[in-house]
Design a protein around this ligand. Structure first.
Ligand code: ZN
Length: 252
């Protein structure tokens, strides 16, 4: 059976017989892995469609055990991502994140749409582009069913309005915690509670509610970006088993 799917390449590697295994995030079928013998060095339309940072249409043959890509054509190339190191590093981290959080064969149309918006924005980002990745990750958390609780203390249910600022976010508990619950959690040791200098709840809400486009020109203050990076890195590691934000680019 031949199916047609729209997608972006997440990763590829060489396999036997001059073939490559391509992992694609498709709108229709979610993540799928397909073999292909399309030569990556050729200048054919199909080869261009298999490059990174390309939105393309793939004709995929579904065999009994495996998929293979017969042909492909470019819908849109985000070539400008490759021309800037910040854009490139950010987009590479984005692909790694998607590859790890997606389940094979599970369609995620809203996340696919968000992914195309992310590529659109990174391709023209006037900032370090990292804020775009933070916003993308926060938006993806709800789609992946692991959004932190931001309406009340995740442990005792106390309403947000009754919890004094600065509010704390507990990665280990999965949401905001009131001071009393934070103390209890701290006594247990090994807790991951953050009390950043900015209002973490507002920042997470801002990331979730604004369109990605709004972050194309935004750079967070360095210390705020460092705190946001650490919180998101620990949060995604705990709930999604993925960390693409371990270190700031260009440091360490
Ligand atoms: Zn509480």
């Amino acid at each position: 059976m031949i199916v047609s799917a729209e997608g972006i390449v997440l990763r590829q590697r060489k396999i036997a017989n001059n073939r490559r295994m391509i992992v694609i995030f498709t709108r229709q079928y979610g993540k799928l892995s397909a073999g292909t013998s399309i030569n990556e060095r050729s200048k054919s339309k199909a080869a261009l469609a298999l490059r990174p940072f390309t939105h393309a249409e793939y004709d995929i043959f579904k065999g009994r055990e495996a998929y293979s890509i017969n042909s492909a054509s470019v819908l849109h190339s985000y070539y400008s991502i490759g021309e800037d190191i910040n854009r490139y590093m950010t987009a590479a981290a984005f692909l790694e994140y998607l590859e790890k959080v997606l389940d094979e064969g599970v369609a995620m149309p809203a996340l696919f749409k968000l992914s195309l918006e992310f590529l659109d924005s990174v391709a023209v980002a006037k900032s370090s582009a990292e804020t775009l990745l933070f916003a993308f990750i926060v938006k993806s958390l709800r789609m992946l069913g692991v959004m932190p609780e931001l309406e009340c203390c995740v442990n005792c249910g106390r309403a947000l309005a009754d919890i004094q600022a600065p509010r704390m976010l507990s990665v280990s508990s999965g949401g905001i915690v009131c001071p009393e619950c934070a103390e209890v959690e701290n006594q247990g040791g090994a807790s991951l509670i953050y009390k950043p200098s900015f209002d973490i709840i507002n920042v997470l809400r801002y990331f979730e509610s604004k369109p990605l486009k709004a972050f194309e020109k935004i750079d967070m203050k360095k210390e705020d970006a460092n705190a946001a990076r650490e919180i998101l890195a620990n949060y995604t590691e705990r709930y999604l088993d993925v960390n693409v934000l371990g270190k700031p680019y260009g440091e360490g």
